[in-house]
Design a protein. Structure first.
Length: 266
C-alpha cells in the first residue's frame, strides 16, 4: 500500500497546531496566577474559575444562550430542510435565487441587521423571539449548504416516486424517507447553527442586551476588568458547545443504528 505524501502529515500537523495552540494558551491563562514575565505561567490556581462560575448570572446566561441556540437550530431545521427539498425537486429554476438569498447573510454584518430591525420599532424587536429569528438569518448559509449537498448526493426524485407509489403523502415522504437519507446534512447544518448562535454577541447585545443576557454578553463584560476570568468563560463556552455537539452526534448515531437494526430485522 502506497504511503501518503509526507507533506500531507505536515499540513495536518501545522493545522492542528494553529487550531490548538490558542485554545491551550487560553486554558493556561485561565489558571495562571501570573503570566507576564516568562514564557510559561508562574503558578496555577482555580481562583479565576471559581470567581467566574460563582455568580448567579453564570447559570442564567448559559441557560439563555442554550435556549436561543436550540430554538434557532430546531427552527432552522424545520424551515430550511423542506424548503431545500421542495426547491431541489420541484423548482430547480428557483435554485439560483434561493442560493442568492442564502449567501446574502455573509455580506450583511450583524450590526446592520440589528439596527435595521430596531428601526422597524415595536416591543417585539427587543424580545428573545426576535433574537432567535435574527440568528436564523445569519446562520442560514450554515444550514442550507449541508442540506442541499446531501440532497444532491441522494437520489431524491427516485426516493420520492417510490414513496408516493407506496401511498405515502408529502409529510410521510419528507419525515420517513427523505430526512433519514439526508440526516448527515441535517445534523451537520444543525450543529453549525447551534455553534454560530451560541457565540453570537452583536445581535444579542443590540436586540436584547441586559433584558435577556446571553453567555457571550456575560463573557465580554469580564474582558473589561479581568482577562483571566474571561479566559475561563471562553474555555467553558468552547467545552459546552463541544459537549453539546458530541451529544447530538451520539444521539443521531444511536438512532441510525436502531433504524438499521430494525430494517435488518425485517
Amino acid at each position: 500500500m502506497k504511503k501518503p505524501p509526507w507533506w500531507r502529515g505536515l499540513a495536518i500537523g501545522l493545522f492542528l497546531i494553529y487550531m490548538l495552540v490558542p485554545l491551550a494558551a487560553t486554558l493556561l491563562f485561565s489558571f495562571a496566577t501570573r503570566w507576564d514575565r516568562t514564557i510559561f505561567p508562574e503558578g496555577m490556581t482555580l481562583q479565576w474559575w471559581e470567581a467566574a462560575m460563582g455568580r448567579r448570572a453564570f447559570g442564567m446566561t448559559l441557560m439563555n444562550s442554550l435556549v436561543v441556540s436550540l430554538a434557532a437550530m430546531v427552527a432552522s431545521v424545520v424551515l430550511v430542510t423542506p424548503t431545500a427539498y421542495w426547491t431541489h425537486l420541484r423548482l430547480p429554476k428557483a435554485r439560483p435565487l434561493v442560493e442568492l438569498f442564502t449567501i446574502l447573510p455573509f455580506g450583511v454584518p450583524g450590526v446592520v441587521l440589528a439596527l435595521s430591525l430596531i428601526r422597524c420599532g415595536g416591543a417585539i424587536v427587543y424580545s428573545p423571539g426576535m433574537l432567535v429569528a435574527a440568528c436564523m438569518v445569519i446562520s442560514l448559509p450554515f444550514m442550507y449548504r449541508p442540506v442541499i449537498n446531501a440532497l444532491n448526493a441522494a437520489d431524491v426524485r427516485t426516493l420520492t416516486e417510490a414513496a408516493h407509489s407506496l401511498g405515502a403523502g408529502w409529510l410521510a415522504t419528507m419525515t420517513r424517507v427523505i430526512a433519514p437519507n439526508i440526516m448527515s446534512g441535517i445534523v451537520s447544518g444543525a450543529l453549525l447553527v447551534f455553534s454560530t448562535v451560541f457565540v453570537e454577541f452583536t445581535l444579542a447585545n443590540l436586540l436584547v442586551g441586559a433584558r435577556f443576557k446571553t453567555f457571550p454578553i456575560y463573557l465580554v463584560e469580564f474582558t473589561r476588568f479581568d482577562g483571566r476570568q474571561a479566559s475561563a468563560l471562553a474555555v467553558i463556552s468552547f467545552l459546552f458547545a463541544w459537549a453539546t455537539s458530541l451529544a447530538v452526534l451520539w444521539v443521531m448515531g444511536r438512532a441510525d443504528r436502531e433504524r438499521e437494526g430494525a430494517l435488518g430485522a425485517r
